[in-house]
Unconditional design. Structure first.
Length: 294
């Protein structure tokens, strides 16, 4: 941690917000940056739940949401539509080894900045610099399709040795992890007409149904849930029919808890690969439906 961070106005604001002494705030921020360096080198800390973040900082889990809100309000963490939460100005605060780690993998920081390459050896640096020079447009315009299931049509003049690396950076995995179904670089560019993943829409529609029917609400679409949603929005059938599927289970006694386990529908269940198909086939219309795997 930089020396001028210890009594920075942002640090004092964090301490006041949490009702903690400033040395405690120093420790929380130091652990936050350490945790990010270890487990989210790109700074996309929002892949973890608020509780996981609080646990990593040694903070009271019952106050996890308050902790994260204070980190955001004081400016140590930024909200992100793509990643939920990212470390504020992480490329400036992280150690040079983090820059080197990302550069070797030809990855970007979560805020879109490319890492420094000066710590790499000559061969590594030459490859990294060539990648970022040729691949920056691809990676940024595709907006990290591995999480967001979107890719824009690109017209790039890349050397053969770089096409393979850019393809790996921009091609999303197949919905169910089948390597045979992975998109190639050219396939990903052909998918420019794919609709954007409607994360906000699906949460709003689900929670409306949950309020009306007693399903379990979705308070946050992050981590494994967002990855599942990302995969589902890669499926054209899901994209066209998920709203109809939510409407249909509104009339399902089984999904409302009328079963031998008192199970109620959850968004995690809804985001499984075959759930929407089964719903629209009528497999959950009655109260004596096939068993749910919990």
């Amino acid at each position: 941690m930089k020396k001028d961070s210890f009594d920075h106005p942002k640090m004092k604001a964090l301490a006041r917000s949490l009702g903690e002494p400033i040395f405690a705030a120093n420790g929380l921020v130091a652990r936050l940056w350490w945790f990010a360096g270890q487990y989210t080198p790109a700074g996309d800390i929002g892949k973890f739940s608020d509780e996981a973040i609080a646990d990593s900082l040694g903070y009271d889990l019952s106050k996890a949401s308050e902790l994260v809100a204070s980190l955001v309000d004081s400016g140590f963490v930024d909200q992100s539509d793509e990643h939920r939460l990212i470390i504020h100005d992480w490329p400036d605060h992280c150690e040079d080894t983090i820059h080197a780690k990302l550069a070797r993998k030809h990855e970007f920081f979560a805020n879109g900045e490319k890492p420094k390459t000066r710590l790499l050896n000559n061969i590594e640096r030459e490859k990294a610099d060539a990648f970022y020079a040729s691949g920056t447009l691809a990676a940024k315009k595709c907006n990290d399709v591995r999480d967001n299931s979107q890719c824009l049509s690109l017209s790039l003049s890349l050397s053969p040795c770089l096409k393979e690396e850019v393809r790996d950076a921009v091609a999303p995995p197949s919905p169910d992890g089948d390597p045979s179904g992975d998109l190639t670089f050219s396939d990903s560019c052909k998918s420019s007409n794919r609709k954007p993943a409607d994360y906000v829409g699906i949460v709003e529609a689900w929670n409306l149904a949950a309020n009306d029917c007693g399903f379990k609400r979705c308070d946050r679409l992050g981590g494994s849930r967002k990855r599942a949603a990302s995969s589902r929005f890669n499926d054209s059938y899901f994209v066209e029919h998920w709203r109809s599927a939510i409407d249909r289970i509104r009339g399902s006694p089984f999904c409302k808890g009328k079963n031998d386990r008192n199970w109620k529908a959850t968004i995690d269940w809804f985001l499984r690969p075959d759930t929407v198909v089964k719903i629209l086939e009528g497999q959950y219309d009655g109260s004596d439906c096939e068993e749910i795997v919990f």
